[in-house]
Write a protein that binds this ligand. Structure first.
Ligand SMILES: [Zn+2]
Length: 119
């Protein structure tokens, strides 16, 4: 009685961790009163969540990726981190190349966006 949980989908009591369950988030109900069962609906929800998270991971990875200058350049005036002859620097692209506070940077090969400022 104390371990009895109610399925968040159909509201029926169920025991967690049954062998026939694909997910223990909802009850074992596969088909129920002519509707799709709780397990089927849970799988559909989890697939959608998985797709959303995969897209989020892809977006976050792309944000942190070093980009080769011969592939793509940042927006004019955007401050980015660049890899150049002497190492790395925060610089911005100007019509005559990358500049930091001290002037032009030689042999910039890659750049990456700066992270967002803290809120
Ligand atoms: Zn259920």
């Amino acid at each position: 009685m104390t371990n009895e949980k109610l399925c968040p989908d159909c509201g029926r009591p169920f025991a967690k961790g049954r062998q026939s369950s694909l997910t223990s988030e909802v009850c074992d109900n596969w088909t129920h009163q002519g509707r799709q069962g709780c397990q089927r609906r849970a799988i559909i929800r989890l697939r959608a969540e998985n797709a959303r998270l995969s897209e989020e991971v892809r977006r976050l990875k792309a944000e942190r990726q070093w980009i080769r200058c011969d592939e793509r350049m940042p927006e004019m005036g955007e401050r980015v981190v660049v890899r150049y002859f002497y190492g790395r620097a925060i610089a911005e692209l100007t019509p005559v190349g990358f500049h930091d506070a001290d002037g032009a940077l030689r042999d910039v090969t890659h750049w990456v966006r700066l992270p967002e400022s803290p809120k």
